[in-house]
Design a protein around this ligand. Structure first.
Ligand SMILES: [Zn+2]
Length: 249
């Protein structure tokens, strides 16, 4: 890839030598990319401000042939996060969205739908304090858009539709089982939770996050989504315990 411009969300950055920084981007056009900015910490530059985590930017990048680490040529802010609202819930929610995205995607592979999900979810978290419903929405859709969300609408044994009566999720084999065929094994997703999952598939995040989310539905779907993530990512995300605690307060 020669020099090019990309629309990106800053997932995180970390130091490179004394004055430089490596920035991890999720770009609309090319997926997850890493690029270095040399000398960025020496001056309180416009560039350093634009490249803060969770910012939505237009960035100029250059990659030497065959190299995975690019160089940052410039960046223009499209929208800053978290803006003026210093609310831990918002910051932890965005950290979680960014970490989950970074872990679930393949490097250098575009995923336009995931870019839209990430940017819409960050926007929703910037405009109103994030709810458990928004977090579940992001998790389930991130799994789905990366091919990690099996068909949980029919019992894999008898073929019966399970949305109306709920189901047991067999996460490891990617199956849904109706109550008769599950034998009490699996993660229980009640009829109310199954109906919330169905709504999640049809609504944008800002609409889903304000729906009433009963306590038992919230806790069932948390268990369900976390098991799916744990199985597919094979580790717990660092930002999850902090977010979980912030959501409970
Ligand atoms: Zn069945």
């Amino acid at each position: 890839m020669p020099a090019f411009e990309a629309e990106a969300i800053v997932l995180r950055h970390y130091p490179l030598s004394e004055s430089g920084r490596i920035v991890v981007f999720f770009t609309r056009e090319h997926g997850k990319l890493r690029a270095a900015a040399d000398g960025i910490k020496k001056t309180k530059s416009h560039l350093a401000g634009a490249l803060e985590p969770f910012n939505h930017v237009r960035v100029g990048l250059w990659f030497r042939e065959g190299k995975d680490l690019g160089q940052i040529r410039g960046a223009e802010l499209i929208s800053a996060f978290p803006g003026k609202a210093i609310d831990l819930r918002r910051i932890y929610a965005c950290s979680y969205f960014a970490e989950l995205t970074s872990e679930i995607v393949q490097e250098n592979q575009s995923n336009h739908a995931l870019f839209r999900l990430l940017s819409a979810s960050m926007k929703a978290a910037a405009e109103a304090s994030p709810t458990a419903a928004l977090i579940r929405y992001f998790e389930i859709w991130a799994l789905r858009l990366n091919g990690f969300f099996p068909d949980f609408t029919r019992c894999s044994s008898c073929g019966k539709g399970v949305i109306n009566e709920g189901f047991f999720a067999w996460v490891e084999s990617g199956e849904a089982r109706c109550t008769d065929c599950a034998g009490g094994v699996g993660i229980h997703v009640s009829a109310k939770s199954a109906s919330a999952l169905e709504k999640m598939m049809k609504l944008p995040p800002e609409k889903f996050m304000i729906l009433p989310f009963e306590h038992d539905v919230a806790s069932e779907l948390e268990k369900f989504a976390q098991r799916l993530l744990g199985f597919n990512l094979e580790r717990q995300l660092k930002s999850w315990p902090l977010l979980r605690e912030a959501l409970q307060n």
